[in-house]
Design a protein. Structure first.
Length: 185
């Protein structure tokens, strides 16, 4: 898996956190610097932690299912991406976002579950997991900060588009992995 592919995965995974950050940006009149950093720190940390956990879980199973690895990667990325695309069209109920510890923790875990599955797929490839999680965490950190700013400036109209775009990226990467796997076997 190339560095470019890891960067594309990082952007795709970051879209959930970005979308939630846009929503958080909507909730504050004039965000303080800490209100930009809090989502970035929470989302960036958990988006890096989950693939790390998934990688080691996947490493345990990789030898047992190596002949199916590209199918599993395709299924996981396709499912995650498809869910993101579907969710981007769903109506949301209005909530009053806050930056409390509990709320941010729940949001961070919820937006990073898909990163756990991506970490499992990383176990099937010759990949430096530490570089991958650093890229994913940093990308999510930056896009979360940008999301708060965009939410504060422009409102909710970009939220669903960002989530849909992230889903499309993940689905396309899954298709690419499947095609490469079929051609190489």
């Amino acid at each position: 898996m190339s560095l470019l592919e890891i960067m594309l995965i990082a952007v795709g995974l970051s879209m959930d956190a970005f979308a939630v950050s846009v929503t958080l940006g909507l909730s504050v009149q004039k965000p303080k610097p800490v209100e930009y950093l809090i989502p970035g720190i929470y989302f960036g940390f958990f988006q890096a932690l989950m693939p790390f956990i998934g990688y080691f879980a996947g490493t345990y199973f990789a030898g047992k299912i190596q002949h199916l690895d590209f199918w599993i990667a395709f299924a996981l990325l396709g499912f995650i991406g498809g869910k993101m695309i579907k969710d981007s069209f769903a109506k949301e109920e209005e909530t009053a976002p806050s930056f409390s510890f509990v709320k941010m923790l729940v949001l961070a875990v919820a937006t990073s579950i898909d990163a756990l599955a991506v970490g499992i797929t990383f176990a099937f490839f010759a990949i430096n997991i530490f570089i991958a999680i650093a890229i994913i965490g940093f990308t999510t950190f930056c896009l979360s900060i940008v999301g708060v700013k965009i939410g504060n400036l422009f409102g909710a109209r970009f939220k669903s588009k960002a989530e849909c775009a992230g889903g499309i990226v993940l689905v396309l990467l899954g298709v690419k992995i499947l095609i490469e796997g079929l051609l190489n076997n």
